[in-house]
Design a protein around this ligand. Structure first.
Ligand SMILES: [Zn+2]
Length: 211
């Protein structure tokens, strides 16, 4: 299992290209502003076919460029809860981002639910609903290889903010408790911001400071 990562846009948002082996299918994780040329380059370099764009949640910095993939015919998937934001991407505080021009939204081709799985070649991801940062914040866990796409739930050294519209600090604590309990400590996390490939055990003490 190979995960290539890059960081893009005004709030340093991560995008990933996830695949089992060169020459096969891949999924693209999140669509930060300006990530698309790097993703295309990474796909071409590894002879990959993008099976879907998977959005970890519906915040502007993660879905602003989803329309670029939808226009190419790449299906867009996400867990449920943030569909309206994905359909109409806009930052909560436009001034913070230099008043970015509006981009078209996308209608999800697949809305994943709790316990749903999706496959990318030999890889199989299981969905866990982990609301708090946003209602539609989800974790996609590849249990066999021990890699977890965690969005803005948990970072290498911290957790996602819960002071945004529709954030829920109580739900955040429950969601963090759930992943820290259910996911083995040696599994690696791929968050929406900051360094990736820290283990859950390495991230845990930082997350516990907020719980
Ligand atoms: Zn977010």
């Amino acid at each position: 299992m190979i995960i290539k990562g890059g960081t893009f846009g005004p709030v340093a948002t991560n995008s990933y290209v996830v695949f089992g082996e060169r020459g096969g299918p891949a999924i693209v994780v999140d669509a930060p502003l300006g990530a698309e040329p790097w993703v295309e380059h990474t796909l071409a370099q590894n002879d990959l076919t993008p099976e879907a764009l998977y959005l970890t949640h519906g915040h502007w910095d993660h879905c602003v460029d989803a329309y670029l993939w939808a226009r190419k015919g790449v299906p867009v998937w996400a867990g449920g809860g943030d569909e309206d934001w994905i359909a109409d991407p806009a930052p909560f505080n436009p001034a913070l981002f230099g008043f970015p021009p509006k981009t078209p939204g996308v209608a999800l081709d697949r809305v994943l639910g709790e316990g749903d799985t999706f496959a990318v070649g030999d890889l199989e991801f299981t969905m866990m609903h982990t609301p708090g940062h946003s209602p539609g914040c989800w974790v996609a866990w590849e249990k066999h290889h021990g890699e977890v796409l965690v969005g803005d739930l948990i970072f290498a050294q911290g957790i996602g903010r819960t002071d945004f519209p529709r954030s829920d600090p109580g739900a955040m604590i429950t969601s963090l408790g759930r992943v820290l309990t259910e996911i083995p400590g040696e599994h690696r996390i791929y968050p929406g911001h900051g360094p990736w490939a820290a283990t859950m055990a390495e991230a845990e003490p930082w997350a516990r400071m907020f719980m």
